[in-house]
Design a protein around this ligand. Structure first.
Ligand SMILES: [Mn+2]
Length: 201
């Protein structure tokens, strides 16, 4: 029987209050309200193309700026994803993809390694897009990789429009993630160590 790969995470600090729910074997249905327009857009794109069902509800200190909200949404989502993947038994583990968005082209490689590592190179030039500071776009991807305990390499190879560059990056990550979470016919944990880390409680 297929495992039910659905999990929640909550995170409340003096800066933000966030709830996320992830269904890995979903259809791409989203309910995302972070209070930051472009962050909603990127997370919707991520979930849609990874075919995750994703709920993210955030109340953050947007009177300060978008930083805490962006970071904590990514950490909460990553934590829910990590929990949903459990001991990572039977998964493909690796995924890689290119995604274009008109003139922009991004490449992402994902390893659900159980270890957090991110190398993110987006080359964004604008100060912000839709309420999200451009410096927070790579920060969201790094925070997601940290909390989900995955290795992520993502690079925007070309592109003139920063909205397109950022969105292409999230689409490439989504497509790579979709491959990596697939259940294979092999009912084991795909590691020579026999483990991909201790599942999150
Ligand atoms: Mn767009």
């Amino acid at each position: 029987m297929k495992p039910d790969r659905t999990a929640n995470a909550e995170r409340t600090t003096r800066e933000t209050s966030i709830r996320a729910e992830v269904t890995v074997d979903g259809s791409g249905r989203t309910e995302i309200r972070t209070g930051v327009g472009f962050l909603d857009h990127l997370l919707e794109s991520l979930a849609r193309h990874a075919r995750l069902d994703l709920t993210v509800e955030a109340r953050g200190d947007l009177q300060v700026d978008d930083h805490h909200t962006a970071e904590d949404c990514a950490l909460t989502l990553g934590e829910a994803l990590d929990r949903a993947l459990g001991e990572r038994r039977g998964i493909a583990r690796f995924g890689w993809a290119y995604a274009p968005l008109d003139e922009s082209l991004a490449r992402a490689v994902v390893d659900l390694s159980g270890r957090a590592y991110a190398d993110v190179s987006l080359g964004l030039r604008r100060e912000s897009i839709g309420g999200l500071s451009c410096e927070n776009v790579p920060h969201v991807l790094r925070s997601l990789a940290t909390a989900a305990r995955l290795t992520l390499h993502v690079e925007v190879i070309k592109g003139a429009n920063d909205h397109h560059r950022a969105e292409a990056a999230f689409k490439a990550v989504a497509l790579a993630l979709r491959q990596a979470v697939q259940i294979t016919p092999f009912d084991d944990v795909p590691s020579t160590k026999g483990t991909l880390g201790k599942p999150r409680e």
